[in-house]
Design a protein around this ligand. Structure first.
Ligand code: G4P
Length: 279
């Protein structure tokens, strides 16, 4: 999991860098976690890239609830934002991304043509919070190993462009954005899915939040996985007893319970679920 130390000085430097890089591109490809499309956004991008065409990628879609991802896609489209549902790990995505970038920038291309520029190469930059899959996405689109995302903010590196095909090129270094978690719910969702280090949160609260969300939004899912009654008593206790996560005296080993429950949720051992709804 990504561990970031983010200080105000870093923030200012990353912000400067990001706005410099944004000047060079025609489009911003913004990765979000399909399981939490709202909480994995970054308001800074909204502010810095508000005059740029944007393409939202709902990444890790293979882990998210398919019907929820479709609702999210419609939500973004209805709000005038381009959106693609994507599994960067397993799918071949190059053509879909290139076609969508060209479609979004069609008018710009036509204008360039009218001004006599025969072959304008479109430039794109990938942005997103740590661990959302930026490096995986870039490697997939360019069909080779590009640079690993540098999660330390403000690390300067010479800009390099990778040509995807004759029409589109990609900045090889993704823009790392720190997620915004002013409210507790957002922090809990980000920690639950491994986007921020969960050390800053109470593990019991985190587990309870995840289990209660699942219980309320996916009835039967906890029973199917752990063979427990969902509506009676303490869920963590019930799971730990069923799984025999106990010490010699028969007392629940809470650290083990928290760690294994969180692992189950993060690694999709309960199936494809989304932790945020568009409606
Ligand atoms: P980043 O550059 O934005 O920081 O993310 P990166 O590409 O390193 O991806 C973070 C983790 O997410 C990686 O797992 C990667 O394989 C996984 N990932 C990225 N895209 C997808 C996707 O579409 N679907 C699925 N299922 N996984 C995806 P990892 O190497 O195991 O790293 P970690 O989980 O130990 O951090």
């Amino acid at each position: 999991m990504t561990d970031i130390q983010w200080f105000p000085g870093h923030m200012a430097k990353a912000r400067r860098q990001m706005s410099e890089q944004l000047k060079l591109v025609d489009i911003v490809i913004e990765l979000r976690d399909a399981r939490i499309p709202f909480s994995s956004a970054n308001p800074l991008l909204e502010e810095l890239a508000n005059d740029k065409p944007r393409l939202i990628i709902l990444n890790k879609a293979d882990m998210a609830d398919e019907s929820e991802s479709l609702k999210w896609k419609n939500y973004f489209l209805n709000n005038g934002l381009n959106c693609i549902i994507c599994d960067s790990l397993n799918e071949k995505i190059t053509n879909r991304i290139v076609d969508e970038v060209k479609r979004i920038l069609h008018d710009k291309l036509e204008k360039a043509k009218a001004r006599g520029i025969r072959k304008k190469v479109l430039r794109a930059m990938v942005c997103g919070i740590p661990n959302v899959g930026k490096s995986t996405f870039i490697n997939n689109v360019v069909k080779k190993k590009a640079a690993k995302a540098e999660n330390r903010p403000g690390v300067t590196k010479a800009l390099q462009w990778i040509r995807i095909n004759e029409d589109v090129e990609l900045l090889d270094t993704p823009g790392v954005l720190w997620p915004k978690f002013d409210d507790r719910q957002t922090a809990l969702k980000l920690a639950l899915l491994g986007s921020i280090n969960d050390d800053i949160l109470d593990k019991r609260e985190l587990c309870e939040f995840g289990l209660n969300y699942l219980k309320n939004n996916y009835p039967g899912i906890l029973k199917a996985k752990y063979d427990i009654l969902e509506n009676e008593g303490d869920l963590i206790e019930a799971i730990a007893r069923k799984k025999l996560w106990l010490n010699n005296e028969g007392v629940i080993n809470t650290d083990t319970a928290y760690a294994l429950i969180l692992k189950d949720i993060r690694n999709n051992h309960l199936g494809r679920v989304s932790f945020e709804r568009a409606d």
